[in-house]
Design a protein around this ligand. Structure first.
Ligand code: ADP
Ligand code: 5GP
Length: 194
């Protein structure tokens, strides 16, 4: 359900190294009737089994992505992994806010910091931290969605990303999932209330 018109719409940013549990946390928040809508990003990566174009991402070619950059369609974008681009579409944010929703983002750590800097107090940024970096590797292996090479690249990046945690409004340690869900829900509710 969208929230009523009038009040300024807000942004909830969820960032983390891959495998820390961002998607799980974002899905949970979306299911809690907070008036949130997901910002569907554009990406050049291959679609994974179970993903839906236009729902999980807009899957586009590198050429299409670069032309979107040129046209100024992207609020922020990153070459998150070498040769793989991801970006937030301005149109997604505007469309959802016009419909009366607050917008929630699942973006990498640098993208999260950039969106927070652009929106300041209107945005609440959450860094999802794994209990340890080795837990990340275990989770990515168990998820069975990425090749060994992809997991290796993601682990390299994760170690660097962990250093940015203190740039976020809130660090959520995702060890016990149920506890993490309750904690983040309380924080987001508090932010949306004000
Ligand atoms: P991300 O979006 O950050 O890459 P996901 O939400 O896909 O991470 O989580 C990575 C994997 O870890 C998934 O298989 C998910 O079910 C699992 N997972 C998430 N949170 C926990 C947790 N607290 N304990 C154990 N496994 C978890
Ligand atoms: P995945 O390929 O696992 O879906 O996502 C890989 C990484 O890209 C994740 O950290 C995810 O949050 C990030 N990502 C997804 N969309 C965007 C986006 O629009 N901008 C940025 N900067 N990162 C994104």
């Amino acid at each position: 359900m969208p929230t009523g018109p009038g009040k300024e719409k807000k942004l909830i940013i969820v960032s983390a190294p891959s495998g820390a549990g961002k998607t799980t946390i974002v899905r949970h928040l979306l299911s809690c009737n907070l008036g949130l809508a997901f910002s569907v990003s554009a990406t050049t990566r291959a679609i994974r089994p179970g993903e839906v174009d236009g729902k999980d991402y807009f899957f586009i070619s590198e050429e299409g992505f670069k032309s979107r950059i040129k046209k100024g369609d992207l609020l922020e974008w990153e070459e998150v992994y070498k040769g793989t681009f991801y970006g937030t579409l301005r149109s997604e944010v505007e469309r959802n806010m016009k419909k009366g929703f607050h917008v929630i983002f699942d973006v990498d750590v640098v993208g999260g910091i950039n969106i927070k800097n652009a929106f300041g107090e209107r945005a609440f940024s959450v860094f999802v931290s794994p209990p340890s970096v080795s837990d990340l590797e275990i989770r990515l292996n168990k998820r069975h969605t990425d090749s060994e090479e992809t997991i290796r690249k993601r682990m390299e990046k994760a170690k660097w990303e962990m250093e940015f945690a203190d740039k976020f409004d809130f660090i959520l340690v995702n060890d016990d999932l149920e506890k993490a869900k309750a904690e983040v829900l309380a924080k987001v509710k508090e932010f949306l209330k004000n």
